[in-house]
Ligand binder design. Structure first.
Ligand SMILES: Cc1ncc(COP(=O)(O)O)c(C=O)c1O
Length: 468
């Protein structure tokens, strides 16, 4: 399993070569940017010598060149995405700090009036104001683009603000959205309560009946939004098929890739135009902060970035710094999440109190072949249905000793939810049924604890859930 993850990373890495060698963690100092572009054009073996030269010059010229050496060479030398996740960073300040500094500043200074004018006119690439851009946010966006294989990205304050900003920036009154029926609850709220007020309509498509989707497309369908795997039912959609479907009809395909993460699945390589993440989940991975990102084709991201620049759902530099740091360990964490989730799924399959188990990479999953094709491992989410329905489900939750009863997922701690009585309680039973949420369904986001301890707690809670 370990091999699979790294093989996939290498493939994606090759595809990203051009973008990566030209990568720009923006620097306001034009001298540095110019030198970077000279170096970018030479062959790798020569680059190293030139970089050494730059380092020598830095002794003479001072800290600015040291910043160039450290910031740029680290990116160019790395062949593997894992390394890039650890090494990509904004250039150090004069203090030569090893970890990236946190740029907790609302605005940036100009040397003179002409520079200020040129910056606002976008004639020079310069930080101006943190609502527009910030070095920590740029570092984070750059790394997420590398992982997803995206041309560009925009980071925002939450996963929902990424979905909202994409739709609000790209759609006009009179447009229509084609959405998978099983989308995240707040996305459902946007579609049913917010956008209709602005004349934007939607139609839901069933993930199990994509043959019918052709008839759901309207002349004004401009955007399609799906999650794969879906929350919480873990249903999939064939993203390569959907990519072709949307491109043939000039529909923008937006994929919520929260459950799979870019380590397991990269929808842009399968035809999606845009990918969103609630970075609150696996990207942070430790349940500390809320954030979101949208990555994808540059011409679309530019429109969304212009929208967020003026409407203001900016990501805080501190959160961006924290999420960027977390990306250093994302590949490792996802491997361990998957190892543990596979063991948990196997345990549940054999338990007499468990009626059904769903895990994308288990042969019993109805879309197992598709899961193998488009996800390199099965992820951290496992769902199961307890034999005694709602009441036994509640007793199970009350019997847990270690696992956390909390709605978040993607945390290093194993978290458990009962969707029918919590996150999806506002839906009618019929609507829940349509998206695979049965009364006894329990969702586990398998964490990074020792798997034997997770299984011991599951065993204990399942025994405790038996009535009398
Ligand atoms: C699949 C999915 N998409 C989107 C979101 C929304 O993200 P956020 O809570 O960061 O706004 C969530 C949050 O749980 C989610 O699970």
């Amino acid at each position: 399993m370990e091999k699979k993850v790294s093989r996939k990373l290498e493939i994606r890495n090759t595809r990203l070569e051009i973008r990566d060698t030209g990568s720009e963690i923006r620097d306001t100092r034009s001298e540095i940017r110019d030198t970077r572009s000279e170096i970018r054009d030479v062959k790798p073996s020569f680059v190293f010598r030139i970089s050494n030269l730059v380092f020598l010059i830095s002794d003479v010229c001072g800290l600015m060149s040291i910043a160039l050496y450290n910031g740029r060479l680290m990116e160019q030398d790395a062949e593997h995405l894992d390394t890039k996740m650890v090494r990509t960073r904004v250039s150090p300040s004069g203090h030569r700090e090893h970890a990236s500094s946190i740029y907790m500043t609302s605005s940036f200074m100009f040397d003179n009036a002409e520079q200020a004018r040129a910056a606002f006119a976008r004639e020079i690439d310069s930080y101006i104001y943190t609502r527009y851009a910030n070095p920590n946010v740029s570092e984070f966006v750059e790394k997420m683009c590398l992982l997803e294989g995206a041309e560009a990205g925009v980071a925002v304050a939450s996963g929902m603000s990424a979905v909202f900003s994409a739709m609000a920036a790209l759609l006009n009154s009179g447009d229509h959205i084609l959405a998978a029926r099983s989308v995240f609850g707040s996305t459902h709220q946007l579609l049913t309560n917010v956008f209709p007020r602005w004349g934007i309509s939607h139609t839901y498509g069933d993930l199990h009946n994509t043959a019918a989707w052709e008839e759901l497309v309207q002349p004004n369908t401009r955007l399609c939004v799906v999650e794969s795997p879906s929350n919480p039912a873990l249903d999939l959609i064939d993203l390569a098929w959907l990519g072709r479907f949307c491109r043939q009809r000039e529909i923008i395909l937006l994929v919520d890739n929260v459950f799979a993460t870019p380590i397991l699945q990269t929808p842009l390589h399968l035809g999606a135009h845009l990918v969103m993440h609630s970075v609150t989940k696996f990207v942070d991975g430790q349940g500390r902060g809320i954030g979101g990102i949208l990555v994808g084709e540059k011409h679309l991201i530019d429109e969304v970035a212009n929208f967020t620049r003026h409407t203001g759902p900016s990501l805080s530099p501190f959160n961006a710094w924290m999420f960027s740091k977390s990306l250093e360990t994302l590949p490792l964490r996802i491997e361990r999440h998957c190892d543990n989730a596979e063991r948990v799924a196997e345990f549940l399959f054999d338990h007499p109190q468990v009626k059904t188990v769903k895990y994308p990479h288990h042969p019993s999953h109805p879309q197992y072949e598709l899961a193998k094709k488009q996800m390199c491992r099965g992820g951290a989410l496992v769902t199961f249905e307890i034999t005694g329905g709602l009441d036994q489900g509640r007793r199970f939750l009350d019997s847990m000793k270690m696992m956390s009863l909390t709605p978040n997922l993607g945390d290093s701690r194993t978290t458990v939810t009962h969707p029918a009585s919590t996150t999806h309680s506002s839906l009618s039973e019929e609507a829940r049924h349509a998206v695979g949420i049965t009364p006894g369904l329990i969702r586990i986001s398998v964490g990074l604890e020792h798997v034997d301890d997770i299984i011991a707690d599951l065993k204990h809670a399942l025994e405790g859930s038996i009535e009398g």
